[in-house]
Design a protein around this ligand. Structure first.
Ligand code: F6R
Length: 367
């Protein structure tokens, strides 16, 4: 059932071209220039007129939510807040019937997310679900929703569900943006054409980086700390990269927005500190270059995820992982793939049980 792979996690990483394709199937109609999403369309005025959208989730799904905030605010110009479900439910939040609450959950059973949704529903908000498991508790309680069609995710560490969540959030942002008139037709058409290429580009990332990342991993088996940095859309991707590493390899890792480095974490940097930096051409590249200079001045070991043909960052990096160019908003999808592989191989070389890490459960049904 692992399809020849050693672990479910590796199989699921490799399934991403298909899982993203499946998530877009029947929704993204590039030739017609249309995104079809009944759950959104049936309630499109609710979204358009919302005071704000509140995204609630936990863990990896929360990271997807952060990217959803960037997407929806940029393209649909609706204010978005993202909150941990556990914090939201216990802090007496202000919620009205003008709010739209989106819950993101792979399992659809996460106790805190479920409880936060119930609270939002009681206060009259319109509640929307982005779940992977069909007919799960969250899918059933929500007023409407869109399933990620990632297929069953068995590995405890979420991989293909995460990129499927990003796919759905992208479709929602573009659909709302087009309806609201905040995303002009020319940009819409070129964005959806590019989105349609993402499964192919992931295939390319998998084939060109797999062996390389596997080899890089060997050098970090004994590391005790890691820093992950990114800016803009890739800041949440850095958080997610760090979470993947800590949960399966048990190496302490932190994700940070690259510019926040100088407000504290820079004190940690020396020749023993590995730093993963996500630095695609589109998205604050010049700023990232200066962050990289600061890291190298302190002799940090730099693993850089860059676009093909990159020079400035690559020249300074100890390890270079190349991904194809894409629009900034899709780069977290591509950048996540080598980071998943990095976490996977470091954990495997440390002899960890990657599919069932200690102390973790696939679905967290207790708070
Ligand atoms: C990390 C991971 C967890 C889940 C979190 C939420 O790899 O799997 O952080 O993302 O427990 O789970 P769902 O999405 O099922 O609500």
């Amino acid at each position: 059932e692992k399809g020849g792979y050693e672990h479910f996690m590796l199989k699921e990483i490799f399934e991403q071209p298909k899982s993203i394709h499946d998530t877009m199937r029947g929704r993204l109609l590039v030739d017609e220039g249309v995104i079809k999403m009944a759950g959104i369309w049936d309630h499109v005025e609710k979204f358009k007129n919302a005071n704000r959208i509140i995204i609630i989730a936990c863990g990896t799904s929360w990271h997807a939510g952060l990217i959803g905030e960037y997407l929806i605010e940029e393209y649909a110009r609706i204010p978005v807040e993202v909150e941990y479900a556990s914090e939201f439910r216990y802090r007496n939040p202000i919620i009205t019937d003008k709010d739209v609450v989106i819950a993101i959950s792979q399992s659809g059973e996460t106790a805190d997310t479920m409880a936060a949704l119930k609270l939002a529903k009681e206060k009259g908000a319109f509640i929307y679900g982005i779940c992977n498991v069909v007919d799960s508790s969250i899918a059933r309680i929500t007023d409407a929703g869109s399933y990620t069609h990632a297929g069953p995710e068995i590995g405890v560490a979420s991989t293909k569900a995460f990129t499927a969540q990003l796919t759905i959030l992208t479709l929602i942002a573009f659909k709302l943006g087009k309806h609201n008139g905040t995303l002009d037709n020319t940009s819409f058409m070129s964005l959806i054409a590019e989105l349609d290429l993402i499964p192919k580009k992931i295939e390319e990332v998998l084939s060109t980086t797999h062996e390389l990342v596997k080899n890089i991993s060997k050098d970090f088996v004994k590391s005790t700390n890691f820093l992950y940095l990114g800016r803009g859309y890739n800041y949440p991707a850095a958080l997610e990269g760090a979470l993947k590493l800590k949960e399966i390899s048990y190496i302490h890792a932190e994700g940070y927005p690259a510019a926040e480095m100088k407000h504290g974490p820079i004190a940690l940097i020396d020749e023993n500190m590995p730093i993963v930096i996500i630095a695609p051409k589109k998205g604050h590249y010049d700023k990232i270059v200066s962050n990289v200079q600061e890291i190298k001045a302190r002799k940090g070991k730099l693993i850089a995820v860059v676009n093909k043909g990159d020079q400035q960052v690559s020249e300074m990096a100890d390890y270079v992982i190349e991904i194809p160019e894409t629009s900034e908003c899709f780069s977290p999808i591509l950048a996540s793939v080598p980071l998943q592989l990095l976490a996977y191989y470091i954990a495997v070389y440390r002899g960890a049980n990657v599919d069932q890490p200690r102390n973790l459960a696939k679905s967290v049904t207790v708070e």
